[in-house]
Ligand binder design. Structure first.
Ligand code: G3H
Ligand code: 13P
Ligand code: NA
Ligand code: ZN
Length: 328
């Protein structure tokens, strides 16, 4: 069944668990996620970015979402727009059947320029005013996602401000968060808590305290009814880096967010945990391996099936680690 983000995260809050939000672009990823959720009886969030929508086409996505809820009727699924860049993008997603949208006004519509307070509140409120009329949930974002390390955070998504801003500026201010939620009425709030998007989050192995736990705790205490969202939550597993590099890939050494840190976050109000990079790596590792071990192979199913299985394995692991398993 399709459910909204508000319904799902209210249940997660009542029962002290977190829900991974996995990105999809195609059928294989959608099936891999649902197979994982079904195997452990977990509800799940499937999210699509603007890039996914232009890659797959809204009509394809809409029917894929209908298909997975028909194939797995017992699994509650929230279909969410990841990083909507303007109100129109959110409204067309709702028309395409999404039950939840993110209006990311932390950046202007170009995805690069930071959005100022009035801009962010304005576009976010426009979306909540409309979406809530139709029972659709809304995620907003306050703060600049970036690495607290010197890390070479990926710049192309607009989140690489770490060179210009101080440590504190990279974290969401709890009093501003309260004001933002009061003015916008968002159901969920993405906060900057020390992570960044992509594979290159930290240049050294993190030794605990990756997340600004005090900030998370304070925001959660002041906003107990607003679900906190953690973007950039891939753990960038070393074994997946090794498979990719063993079979011709060239990933630089890198570290992601340890699962134990995410688990601490869940104890303090983090309910939605965004993961894309780990699944990209899981699939790519298998595709590289199969093609390099079987150079005469050209049937896509021969490498897409193992790719799907690797993604299912990763999703299942996260659903267990975040205690989503058993909650369907
Ligand atoms: O935050 C970005 C997500 O990983 C989706 O990436 O915009 O390349 O589809 P994308
Ligand atoms: P990762 O790049 O860490 O997987 O983060 C994905 C994300 O935040 C999507 O919004
Ligand atoms: Na999102
Ligand atoms: Zn994100």
């Amino acid at each position: 069944a399709r459910i909204t983000l508000r319904q799902l995260l209210d249940h997660a809050a009542e029962n002290d668990y977190g829900v991974p939000a996995f990105n999809i672009n195609n059928m294989e990823q959608a099936l891999a996620i649902m197979e994982a959720a079904s195997s452990v009886d977990a509800p799940v969030i499937i999210q699509a970015s603007r890039g996914a929508r232009s890659y797959a086409n809204d009509v394809m996505l809409k029917h894929m979402m209908d298909a997975v809820t028909e194939i797995y009727p017992q699994i509650p699924v929230c279909v969410h727009l990841d990083h909507g860049n303007e109100p129109a993008t959110c409204m067309t997603a709702i028309q395409a059947g999404f039950t939840s949208v993110m209006m990311d006004g932390s950046l202007k519509a170009d995805g690069k320029t930071p959005g100022d307070w009035d801009y962010n509140v304005g576009v976010t409120k426009t979306v909540t005013d409309m979406a809530h009329l139709g029972g659709i949930s809304v995620e907003g974002e306050l703060g600049v996602l970036g690495s607290l390390e010197s890390g070479e955070g990926e710049k192309e998504d607009g989140h690489g401000f770490e060179g210009k801003l101080s440590h504190d500026q990279l974290l969401t201010n709890p009093d501003e968060a309260v004001k933002f939620v009061k003015e916008t009425q968002v159901d969920a709030l993405a906060i900057a808590m020390g992570t960044s998007h992509g594979a290159y989050k930290f240049t050294r192995k993190p030794d605990g305290d990756i997340l600004a736990m005090n900030v998370i705790e304070e925001i959660h205490r002041k906003l107990p009814n607003t679900h906190l969202v953690m973007h950039g939550s891939s753990s960038v597993p070393q074994d997946l880096q090794e498979i990719i590099n063993k079979f011709g890939g060239q990933m630089k050494p890198t570290w992601g967010v340890p699962v134990s840190e995410i688990q601490r976050g869940i104890k303090h109000g983090v309910r939605k945990i965004n993961i894309d990079t780990d699944n990209r790596m899981a699939m790519t590792g298998q595709i590289r391996k199969i093609l390099s071990e079987n150079p005469s192979e050209f049937d896509p199913r021969k490498y897409l099936k193992p790719a799907m299985e690797a993604m299912t394995k990763l999703c299942k692991q996260r659903l267990q680690e975040f205690n989503t398993a058993g909650q369907a």
